[in-house]
Design a protein around this ligand. Structure first.
Ligand SMILES: [Fe+2]
Length: 386
């Protein structure tokens, strides 16, 4: 009997259960004698005092934490491509049922952004599409929301956007609500620069919509548009979720900017009101995974439905989020304040492999990974697991 991380609790006269350090049931014991029953619980109660209740792993990986600077305007990554419309002439191959894609957000256009981008391009898994969870250029961090920085960001990512689909989500840096400089209309630069097929999914705004891509149904939500009851976004997702056909698109993925589950001290609980509004539907309709950004770090929740991943670690001008709440919450399986990118590889109807790659590592190194079991086609009873 291994006892040190557990506490023995009497549930009836003859039955005992083991609780781990966070009060999860870890095992059971039916004891018929009387000599053990008083002594053991006391000893184990004392042992519990020395164990800190932690959810998952907080990485101790160290990296520089200074803010990165935007690359200068004359950087080669911002230069127009040579030749006539050269990148746009790349052809886009048909998407396979098995596909891989990049999850990224909060990228900006710093030297760290370029490193993230280069790592994605060099990843031997070779992504086929990019799911981008908001905060694109950070132009609004420059005086008067300098839209030259939106131009340069467009050039910066063009080497991929010219040939791969990028699925756009709005972040707070797309709001661009600035009445002090004469701009009272939110989202104007995003609306005009990033056209998304929102009308095809019955949406009335380009900030929330869905697309079907290969075997995935992807829902994009807006953290900075109204989502309360009776609002357009609320009514849209309420009608959208029942329409998802898991026989045609087995994987159901949601993108948003502000995370619902976030144990960093940055933007803590900012996503809470949207979570309260929508989470019951996310469980009911068996959403597989929710990707968010906003927090400039990495975090993955446990296997409970759905899996929530914060991946706002693209490398923007505002630097890393390094301060975390302690102890690590139970829902948090892995967290690390590093820049990086992730790959989500849909293998078939039931399995997908997910991996996160930090910029400090070589291209093929995986810092965090897990297998996804499709929640509709391969449900796992996680009601008693951590
Ligand atoms: Fe953000």
């Amino acid at each position: 009997m291994k006892i040190d991380p557990h506490i023995l609790v009497q549930t009836s006269l003859k039955n005992w259960i083991y609780l781990d350090s966070c009060n999860h049931v870890a095992g059971g014991l039916h004891h018929t004698g009387s000599s053990l029953s008083l002594a053991v619980p006391l000893v184990l109660l004392l042992l519990k005092e020395a164990v800190v209740c932690n959810g998952g792993k907080t990485s101790s990986f160290t990296r520089k934490v200074e803010k990165s600077e935007d690359m200068p305007l004359h950087s080669d990554v911002f230069a127009a491509p040579s030749g006539y419309n050269a990148p746009q002439q790349k052809t886009r191959g048909d998407m396979n049922v098995t596909w891989e894609d990049l999850r990224e957000g909060d990228m900006g256009q710093t030297f760290d952004s370029n490193k993230t981008f280069a790592h994605y391009e060099s990843n031997p898994k070779k992504g086929q599409a990019v799911l981008y969870v908001g905060d694109l250029s950070y132009a609004d961090d420059h005086p008067n929301h300098d839209n030259v920085r939106r131009d340069t960001w467009g050039r910066f990512v063009e080497r991929s956007t010219a040939s791969q689909p990028w699925i756009w989500t709005t972040g707070n840096h797309e709001v661009d609500f600035a009445p002090e400089i004469g701009e009272p209309e939110p989202f104007k630069p995003f609306r005009h620069r990033y056209h998304v097929p929102y009308k095809a999914s019955g949406s009335t705004q380009p900030f929330w919509y869905s697309i079907k891509m290969a075997s995935a149904h992807i829902i994009v939500l807006s953290s900075y548009s109204a989502y309360g009851k009776y609002t357009p976004q609320y009514e849209w997702i309420k009608a959208e979720l029942p329409k998802v056909d898991r026989t045609k698109t087995p994987w159901l993925i949601v993108l948003m900017h502000s995370p619902w589950y976030n144990s960093y001290n940055y933007h803590y609980m900012e996503g809470e009101s949207m979570r309260v509004a929508f989470e019951p539907w996310f469980v009911k309709y068996k959403i597989d995974v929710v990707f968010a950004g906003h927090v400039h770090a990495y975090e993955r929740s446990d296997m409970s439905a759905p899996v929530y991943i914060t991946i706002g670690d693209g490398g923007n001008i505002e630097g890393l989020a390094t301060k975390m709440t302690e102890p690590q919450p139970e829902y948090s399986a892995y967290r690390e304040a590093s820049f990086g990118h992730a790959m989500f590889e849909i293998k078939n109807r039931t399995h997908a492999h997910y991996s996160w790659h930090r910029n400090e590592d070589e291209y093929a190194v995986t810092a965090d990974s897990m297998w996804f079991f499709n929640r509709y086609w391969h449900p796992v009873d996680d009601s008693t697991t951590k």
